[in-house]
Every structure is written in C-alpha cells, then in structure tokens.
Design a protein around this ligand. Structure first.
Ligand SMILES: Cc1cc2nc3c(=O)[nH]c(=O)nc-3n(C[C@H](O)[C@H](O)[C@H](O)COP(=O)(O)O)c2cc1C
Length: 404
C-alpha cells in the first residue's frame, strides 16, 4: 500500500471509530504503511529464532508463538465450527511452535453483550468441543503446542455488561461507571474458577494455559495500582497486588499438575497516570516471576504504535523486556513483523519468544515462509486492525485478513 492509500485507510478507520480500540485493550491501534513484497535477502533457516525452546515442561520447536486472537468461530454452545478450526489448522501447519487461543471465558457470560467471540471453558460440557480444537492443532503438526487463554472479563470497558467486577470500585481511566469491588470470599471463588478452567483445559488436551493478566480484564485490575485500591491482603504492596496470581498459579499446579505450564500475559505499562510503567514494571515482572508461572508475555496499555513497518517502531515492547531480569522465559508481543529484528532481539538474551497476532492472521504460514522460501514475501500485514473490527467488534465469523 502506498502512503496515499495509507492515509485514506486512516480516514476509513477513524470513520469506524477505531480510536476506541486502544481503550478496548486489544493492543491494536497501529495503522502501518504497507510493507510490500520485498525480496528476502538470505536464508534464515539457520537463525536462532528457529532453535527449540522450553516453557516449563513444554518443549517448543522454535521461538514463534501465535498470540491470543479472539474470533467469532464457535456456536452459542461453544463448539467450534469447521471454518473456525481451519484457521488453527493453518497456524499449526504454518510453522509456529505454540498457539495461544483467543479469550476463553472461565465464567458464564451474557451473550447480549459483545462477548459472542469468547470461547467457553466454564463448564465440563465444553471439554469435548475444546478437544476438537486441540486435536486439530496436534494432528496438523504433532510438534505444535496449544495453550488455552483463560480470562475473566472483570470490568473490561467494552466487553463487560452491566456492572463489571474488579479489585476495587475504581473504573479504568476514561470509564464512567465504577465496577463492583470483589468481596474477599468472591476472590476465593474466582481463584477456584480459574483452577477449574485449567483442569478442563488439561482434559481437553491443551499443553498448558495462559492467564490474561493485562488488557483491562479482571486480573489486570489487581495488578495495576491505578485500579487496585484494596486495603486487605490483595491490595497495597506489590506482593499483595500479585497475590491473586500467586494463588491461582499455585492451585493450578497443585490440582492440575506441577508440570502443567501456566503462562501469563501482562501489561508492561498502563495507559493514563498512576499505573504500571517502565520504572516499576521490572519489580512487577520480578514479583510475577516468583509466583511459579512458566513464562511472562509482555503486552501494554496502548500497545500498538502507528507505522510499525519502520524498523525502529516494530517489536514495540522490547524496551520493557530489556529492563526486566527474571528467571522465566519472556515472550514479546506486539509489532513483531521482521524476522531480522527478532533475530537481533533474541540475540540480546532478554527475549526468549516472539508472539504475533495480526501478521499471522494475514499470513498463517509466515514462520515457514521465512524459513524455507527465500523468495517469499516479507510480512505484508499493515497492522490496520480491520481484522479486529470486522471479526471481534462486529462479530463477523471466521477470522481473516481483509486487505487485498
Ligand atoms: C483479531 C484480534 C483478536 C485479538 N484477541 C485477543 C485476545 O483474545 N486476547 C488478548 O490478550 N489479545 C488479543 N488480541 C491482541 C493480540 O494478542 C496482540 O497483543 C496484539 O494484536 C499486538 O500484536 P500484533 O502486532 O502481533 O498484532 C487480539 C488481536 C487481534 C488483531
């Protein structure tokens, strides 16, 4: 896409109100210039990003992860439609080492709210449906792993219906309605709900789970000093704010198995003032690493930046990753589009894995293209967010890239 078309797409996206996407916490405000089909210069098959890695007990064939991507691809009972399974088959065959599913709700939700795209894992009756998903991925490539992305909506600005729930009765910046603060006993119930969902994930054949700890969902409201104003043992100090994560992780490991991998996706910074930022994120990451999680995935408050095709603007959370010193693997998410940049970042020793969402919606086989086909095009995703608007916020089925 040339600059002229790029500008017109900005206008189109403004018309669709995509500025609000940033507040929705999907990490996708970027509107980038078209990368175009540049010829690949040299073979990348020997790159270190193709070396195997480990997240807890899970051996991954390379350093590429398909980041969480919610999509309208199940029926109302939670069963994947054939077309909904197809994209997972493509991701598995396309060369990533690990697939994170889209949000899976651990609690029943109101389907009149904008939540139709959430996968369901809140009841045992969902297990056979989820097994169809894990079987699809594992049979497409037995080496490709898949983790269930466990989430509670909490007080998400867009997805929560009615009155949301959160650590405290403190709305996110810009949000008018205050959520209901969870009572102590409700926190214990929610912890159990996460553990039950992880157990179902194991029964359904998932290789592990990721906890959604960012993007303004429930667990994030505990981690951020912006929204956690509790005076009990779940608020105040860093240790207290991380406590709910620790309890969930410890209980999952106890009930589901100490070798069952538990990952967490977190905001490396929060938008607005008074939240986590580049100064205090290293301490937060350190405390989270001590909970027993097997990997920390970095996202952020306004995680996308415009024109991420520019090499200096891609992989835009790298600065946060470089600041932390944790003894669990670090996954970098957001704007990873150039394998040469990822290879350099990997070489820096601070980042262990790279997760991609939009690039793999457009080119599900990007890791294979980069590795085996020297004349293959580079990543052609323009980070326009049309996939997000069309499939997630408007609820149109079957995730795909809408660009020509
Ligand atoms: C269609 C779509 C659906 C997404 N769904 C989720 C989701 O369910 N959970 C989540 O944490 N992030 C979700 N994201 C955000 C991505 O995981 C990722 O953080 C973000 O897109 C930035 O990465 P990228 O530049 O590789 O796209 C979604 C993004 C897109 C485009």
């Amino acid at each position: 896409m040339n600059d002229k078309k790029g500008l017109s797409r900005r206008t189109v996206l403004k018309t669709f109100g995509m500025a609000t996407v940033a507040t929705m916490g999907y990490g996708c405000t970027a509107i980038a210039k078209q990368g175009g089909a540049k010829p690949v210069k040299a073979s990348r098959s020997t790159y270190k990003v193709y070396s195997s890695g480990r997240i807890g007990s899970m051996k991954l064939k390379n350093r590429f992860i398909k980041a969480a991507t919610a999509t309208e691809s199940t029926n109302s009972k939670g069963r994947f439609m054939p077309e909904g399974l197809d994209i997972y088959r493509k991701w598995s065959k396309g060369g990533v080492g690990l697939i994170e599913t889209g949000h899976m709700t651990i609690a029943p939700i109101d389907y009149n709210a904008m939540t139709h795209h959430l996968y369901q894992i809140w009841d045992d009756r969902h297990i056979p449906f989820l097994k169809e998903l894990t079987d699809t991925v594992h049979s497409a490539d037995p080496e490709c792993k898949i983790v269930a992305f466990l989430n509670h909506l909490g007080n998400h600005p867009v997805l929560a219906h009615g009155q949301g729930i959160a650590a405290s009765a403190q709305p996110w910046p810009g949000q008018k309605k205050a959520p209901k603060a969870l009572r102590y006993s409700e926190i214990q119930d929610i912890t159990k709900t996460f553990v039950n969902a992880a157990m179902r994930a194991k029964k359904a054949g998932f290789d592990g789970v990721t906890l959604q700890g960012g993007h303004k969902f429930l667990l994030h409201s505990f981690l951020s000093p912006q929204t956690n104003k509790r005076k009990d043992k779940y608020g105040g100090s860093l240790e207290n704010r991380v406590r709910i994560i620790r309890e969930i992780v410890v209980k999952i490991k106890k009930r589901v198995g100490s070798d069952f991998p538990v990952l967490i996706k977190v905001n490396s910074y929060d938008s607005g003032t008074g939240g986590n930022n580049i100064e205090n994120f290293p301490q937060l990451a350190g405390e989270i690493a001590k909970t027993g999680v097997d990997a920390i995935e970095l996202s952020g408050g306004v995680p996308s930046v415009p024109d991420v095709d520019d090499p200096t603007e891609q992989s835009y959370h790298a600065a946060y990753a470089k600041k932390i010193d944790v003894d669990v693997p670090v996954i970098l998410t957001g704007g990873n589009k150039d394998i040469d940049i990822m290879e350099r970042l990997f070489g820096s020793g601070k980042i262990d894995f790279f997760a991609m969402a939009r690039p793999l919606i457009r080119q599900p086989d990007l890791p294979n293209l980069w590795r085996v086909n020297n004349s293959a095009p580079e990543c052609t995703c323009i980070s326009c967010n049309e996939c997000l608007r069309h499939h997630v916020f408007e609820g149109n089925p079957f995730l795909s890239c809408l660009e020509e």
